[in-house]
Unconditional design. Structure first.
Length: 148
């Protein structure tokens, strides 16, 4: 085989590798599911000690809210007025985390949990107690107010 034929075969092989690499890089990447069923959420919550404790103590709870977090949501949460701890240490990545809020039917005890959708686990879970109190308004009347 002549030197020119070897060069041509080598160039064809190299071009073939680049084509295969290009095709695989264009293949759709496996996406993280941004919708998750309540049953799947329950299975993940039961695997975490804190959230499982909440479920056992408050079997009448309901999933009040579930939000897939974006980078913007995480950064806003880190400087927000409430539950900053929930957002601290989260990777700044879109659609990796889902924030779940649970509430018992009495409406006085809830839980905030962050699910890691990429690793299928509860990243963190915090209980929240809602205190109801009577605060006098300027007219001397009392009003019922709920605080976190």
């Amino acid at each position: 085989m002549s030197f020119v034929k070897k060069i041509i075969i080598l160039v064809i092989v190299i071009i073939g590798f680049f084509i295969v690499f290009w095709l695989f890089s264009k293949a759709p990447k496996q996406s993280i599911p941004t919708s998750i069923s309540d049953a799947e959420i329950m299975e993940l919550l039961k695997k975490n000690e804190d959230s499982n404790d909440y479920i056992n103590k408050h079997p009448d709870f309901k999933i009040q809210d579930k939000i897939v977090l974006s980078i913007e949501d995480i950064t806003k949460g880190q400087v927000g007025p409430d539950f900053k701890e929930v957002y601290y240490g989260l990777a700044l990545e879109d659609n990796k985390y889902m924030k779940i809020e649970l509430m018992n039917t009495a409406g006085d005890y809830g839980m905030v949990a962050i699910l890691d959708l990429k690793n299928n686990k509860v990243d963190r879970a915090y209980g929240k107690i809602l205190l109801k109190g009577f605060i006098p308004n300027p007219n001397g009347e009392t009003t019922n107010q709920t605080t976190d």
